[in-house]
Design a protein around this ligand. Structure first.
Ligand code: KIV
Ligand code: ZN
Length: 504
């Protein structure tokens, strides 16, 4: 193993999915996994196999679909979890089991109700058992940053002896400052030496996830765990794109360290994750926020025009954003130009996906004069998903009036049957949801509704994301994209309904 290479371990599909409201269906997880592979991620934590049959299936399918990327499942230090993880990843070319147990006094006493020596025994048994399935075993001391160093040395020494190949030392609650964490990693790295790779996994509760991660590199960490857009439990995890662009941009500080991330895939990956989870990065988010490369003040604009580096420390092109989102295609653009443009944006679609996307593009070009990069990104992310469409909208008409009830009439295809219905509502959105509920005979409770313009202009595409609870079950997400906001709304609601039916 090259000592200067930083292993990128992405946990968007596991810790990222623990972001409130970020649950993804299996198809969506596969799409993200394939994109992470394109991005050049080394290890992907595809889920927590024992958590649910949905998680297990997603890990199993991802294992079959991806090529070289190492696929990992999380498992508590119990046999049932480890077996489930081993089964779920068994089809992957490169496999890893990631087992963990808490090592801090507060977690051992109150959560686990175990004595330290019992914790060590469980950890060793877990690693020994995991080793009967695969060679590559990661062991995490949960809440490492609040654990006693002497105890961590004891447990880490024992699990390495049992076969652990990576030792992960998380700042589970995002509590430590960079110097403190670096000090802990230095002590543990000196202790571990060449016997295992030292990994860090930092949460962002005090906004220090990335800073802490970078500080740990200098102290001996060679694997970093992170998520796209910084998704994750509570305030999230350290953001992959920020860690990678720090290492690339500040070569003067970080050399000889490097990652194998293809940075031109960062923006596409970020857009895909945002569109699937419905969680948009804040506009001023570093690297991938809407404003990350836009210069508002006259002085800055003037400077950038004279010499980009006056106000730009990195180029938007480095993360895959082409020149200022210029107009790219219109209604006369052909299939070839369309395919070329998508390749340029990082989408290498197969023939079937390309046909679908091209037909959606032509529909869009009939309604919208100028089509921008962001329109194409949204269209591809939204339209190539392979979720079977149990319900499909054929036509929609909605009316609203400030003096009367709004109404919606819709025609829907369901199992080769064409159904038309109408409903009244308190506003057009309400009427649309009501008429769809009436047709499906399933009651949906709207938990969240977001509408956003994808690009510029009055005819910009509307992107709607809804979160809906059907039959009182866990909320599912649906997306809709259309030049007409009401149509986008109906598509999003139908999308959520289709996802719910698959999950069911
Ligand atoms: O934050 C944490 O400690 C974790 C572990 C399970 C690795 O997510
Ligand atoms: Zn975590």
């Amino acid at each position: 193993m090259n000592d200067d290479k930083i292993i990128i371990f992405d946990t968007t599909l596991r810790d990222g999915e623990q972001s409130p409201g970020a649950s993804m269906n299996t198809e969506e997880k596969i799409q993200i996994a394939l994109q992470l592979e394109k991005l050049g991620v080394d290890v992907i934590e595809a889920g927590f196999a024992a958590a649910s049959s949905g998680d297990f299936n997603a890990i199993e399918l991802i294992s079959k679909e991806v090529d070289k990327i190492r696929v990992c499942s999380l498992a508590r230090s119990v046999e049932k979890d480890i077996k489930s993880a081993a089964m779920a990843i068994s089809k992957a070319k490169n496999q890893r089991i990631h087992t963990f147990i808490a090592t801090s006094p507060i977690h051992m006493e109150y959560k686990l109700k175990l004595k330290p020596d019992e914790v060590i025994k469980k950890a060793v048994n877990a690693v020994t058992y995991a080793k009967t399935f695969v060679d590559d075993i990661e062991f995490s001391c949960e809440d490492a940053s609040r654990s006693e160093i002497s105890f961590m040395k004891e447990i880490v020494g024992a699990v390495i002896q049992a076969g652990a190949t990576t030792i992960n030392l998380p700042d589970t609650v995002g509590y430590r400052l960079p110097d403190e964490l670096a000090d802990m990693i230095k002590q543990m790295s000196d202790f571990i030496g060449k016997r295992a790779i030292v990994s860090v996994h930092n949460h962002n509760d005090l906004g220090l996830g990335v800073a802490n991660t970078l500080a740990c590199l200098k102290a001996g960490a060679r694997q970093v765990e992170c998520t796209i857009n910084g998704l994750g439990e509570r305030a999230g995890n350290a953001a992959l794109e920020e860690i990678v662009m720090n290492i690339k941009t500040r070569k003067d500080i970080f050399e000889p360290f490097y990652t194998d991330i293809i940075t031109k895939e960062i923006y596409t990956t970020s857009r895909l994750v945002a569109s699937i989870t419905g969680i948009e990065p804040q506009p001023n988010k570093a690297i991938v926020g809407k404003n990350a490369f836009s210069h508002e003040s006259g002085i800055h604009q003037d400077g950038v025009l004279k010499h980009a580096q006056t106000y730009e420390i990195m180029s938007p092109k480095d993360i895959g954003i082409e020149d200022d989102n210029s107009i790219v295609l219109g209604k006369h653009s052909g299939r070839h130009a369309f395919k070329d443009k998508l390749l340029n944006l990082g989408y290498d679609l197969n023939d079937e996906e390309l046909n679908r996307a091209f037909s959606k593009f032509k529909d869009l070009a009939d309604k919208k004069k100028d089509i921008f990069d962001d329109d194409l990104r949204a269209l591809v992310a939204n339209e190539i998903t392979k979720i079977p469409k149990s319900y499909e909208i054929i036509a929609l008409s909605s009316n609203s009036c400030n003096k009367a009830h709004a109404s919606a009439s819709i025609t829907i295809k369901h199992n080769d049957e064409i159904i038309s219905e109408s409903a009244l509502g308190n506003g057009a959105v309400d009427a649309i949801f009501k008429v769809i509920d009436r047709i499906s005979n399933i009651d949906g409770v709207l938990k969240d509704y977001q509408v956003d313009a994808v690009s510029q202009g009055k005819d910009a595409l509307a992107k709607v994301v809804v979160k809906v609870e059907f039959d009182g079950k866990k909320a599912v997400i649906g997306h809709g994209l259309d030049v007409d906001t009401m149509m986008a709304t109906a598509k999003a609601y139908i999308g959520a309904l289709n996802s719910y039916l698959i999950m069911k």
